[in-house]
Write a protein that binds this ligand. Sequence first.
Ligand code: SME
Length: 153
Amino acid sequence: MGSSKEILEQAEALIERGGADCLQELCGLLRRERPHYNWVGFYFVEGNELVLGPFVGAPSPHVRIPIGKGICGAAVAERQTVVVPDVNADPRYLACSLQTKSEIVVPIEAGGRILGEIDIDSHTPDAFGPDDRALLEELARRLAPLLASARAR
Ligand code: SME
């Protein structure tokens, strides 16, 4: 299991290389390096909805989520990271897999707008601590220009 610094270096190399597979490969990188990340994916803001992008893990029934619904929608509405240590105790939670016990959602912001988010589910209760949050928020900052340029095209 690599350090956060090593993961960010590998992520940076993928981001610099760019290309269509970049986000898919980032999902794989996080999944490999952090065994408690059982589902890793991206959602993109499109109008009033979040639309599922690249992911690794079990297929999710939530391909489109209205902003404000679910943990994913809450993170956009609140414009901040949402950590849920026990998804079954959170009435906002939209179930993806019965195995999921905890979740973190980190918005990706550029130019004052939320363009998307990183969503991670874990089969472990209370899986996400300050290190996970710091790693994923830094990754979101580094990904912001990529999402902004994809949107501009
Ligand atoms: N649990 C999320 C839905 C997406 S799946 O986890 C992939 C939510 O409550 O918004």
